[in-house]
Design a protein around this ligand. Structure first.
Ligand code: ZN
Length: 156
């Protein structure tokens, strides 16, 4: 899929009620899931297997605002579990294979799915945060973490 305009720059993306341009969620999440910058679709989102770049190498969009935290593994486990468990039960009910067949089938499949979905799920969640202007992705937002008042610190 090749979209040449940057999300947020297209005239149809401009919201009427807000000053900030609308960022379509699904296209952004698809770009994030493919490991690409959710804004331009060109630059890379990750610099390691799961390490997120600070900025887009192509358009300069800042990625360091993301707060994916433990949401990607949560959704990863939910997705993998909803694939493996029904498949395992269907195979057991229909064919009743030996236990070693189950072990040989489901353990590798679970590992392949879990590792294979790590980057797409994390990329999609970071793109979701970006599209919804969450955390530091909102240029108008104040800092996420409150800045401690130096006057209060002296009173301890
Ligand atoms: Zn970019």
């Amino acid at each position: 899929m090749s979209v040449r305009y940057e999300i947020g720059d297209h005239p149809e993306d401009a919201g009427e009620d807000t000053a900030k341009p609308k960022r379509p969620v699904i296209p952004a999440m698809l770009r994030g899931a493919s490991g690409r910058c959710m804004k331009c679709g060109e630059g890379r989102l990750f610099e390691g297997f799961l390490k997120v770049r600070d900025t887009c190498s192509s358009c300069g969009e800042e990625f360091h605002h993301h707060r994916a935290d433990d949401a990607p593994p949560y959704f990863n486990m939910t997705i993998v579990g909803h694939i493996i468990v029904p498949a395992l039960l269907i195979v057991e009910v229909m064919w009743r294979p030996a236990i070693w067949v189950h072990m040989a089938l489901w353990i590798p499949l679970t590992l392949i799915l879990a590792f294979g979905l790590m980057r797409p799920v994390k990329g999609a969640l970071i793109a979701l945060q970006w599209a919804l202007y969450m955390h530091g992705f909102d240029p108008d937002a104040e800092d996420d973490l409150p800045v401690p008042d130096p006057a209060l610190q002296d009173r301890r």
